[in-house]
Design a protein around this ligand. Structure first.
Ligand SMILES: [Zn+2]
Ligand SMILES: [Zn+2]
Length: 248
């Protein structure tokens, strides 16, 4: 009987801590802390305990959009007045080093292999926060021209690792990007909203009610809000946004 490589991956998934391949790989190549290179448990956070406690955890942020709050409130002023189309934004870290450094290497220095530890870190935080688990994970899509240029979609790389880790189905083709938009990082908040408007399209009707959009970094949330608007128009009731870091 012939066993295809795809079937082998299903029998011995690399991200499944109970798989034989996982155990063998960790024995042969021990897991190392992303910051200090000390040997760590392969199954949990990709940082050792000491480095983990020094990470820039996001605290006191708006429950809706994830933005840092100055006063003791649940929601920021903007969300109280004009809430975004998504229902919850979970970004466990601020966009500061060493998290920012790992995210930059991953996205701009062409290191898709960084997706695995970053998704592992995000999964650990999601499980610790006991968020409601969605029925489907989707990435923020890249326009095909941008995808050719970068070689991979960082959001999709995070999504598929997160999907395996949390056992949630994922889909890379539900939302497509139809228009190339200027880089968001160089835009002001109001410009970003107009910038992304009408630049995404649904490829088919989603047959689930609860979706999480996965991204590497959230800034204003305007991209996620635009995608959420489309999802909600077509029957999705609840949309979460999950990203490693929030910039504001
Ligand atoms: Zn360490
Ligand atoms: Zn807010």
């Amino acid at each position: 009987m012939e066993i295809s490589p795809g079937k082998l991956i299903r029998i011995f998934p690399r991200d499944n801590p109970r798989s034989l391949l996982y155990a063998a790989l960790n024995w042969l190549v021990p897991a190392l802390c992303l910051s200090c290179q000390r040997q760590i448990e392969a199954d949990g956070s990709p940082f050792c305990e000491q480095c983990y406690t020094q990470l820039p955890f996001q605290q006191d942020c708006c429950r809706r959009c994830g933005q840092l709050l100055v006063a003791d409130m649940d929601h920021c002023g903007r969300c109280l007045q004009h809430p975004p189309a998504f229902d919850l934004c979970f970004c466990p870290f601020r966009y500061q080093d060493p998290i920012a450094d790992h995210l930059r290497k991953f996205k701009y220095q062409g290191k898709p292999e960084q997706a695995r530890p970053l998704a592992q870190l995000l999964a650990t935080e999601i499980l610790a926060t006991q968020l409601t688990i969605p029925e489907l994970l989707i990435p923020v899509p890249l326009h095909p021209a941008k995808l050719r240029q970068r070689g991979f979609n960082q959001s999709w790389q995070l999504t598929r690792h997160l999907s395996r880790r949390l056992g949630i189905p994922c889909c890379n083709s539900l939302i497509v990007k139809t228009r190339v938009t200027p880089p968001q990082a160089q835009q002001k908040w109001q410009q970003r909203l107009t910038n992304v408007r009408g630049s995404f399209k649904l490829s088919r009707r989603p047959n689930v009610r609860h979706i999480a959009i996965v991204d590497d970094v959230v800034t204003t949330g305007s991209t996620a809000a635009e995608i959420s608007k489309i999802l909600k128009k077509y029957g999705v009731d609840y949309v979460q946004v999950w990203a490693v870091a929030h910039t504001v």
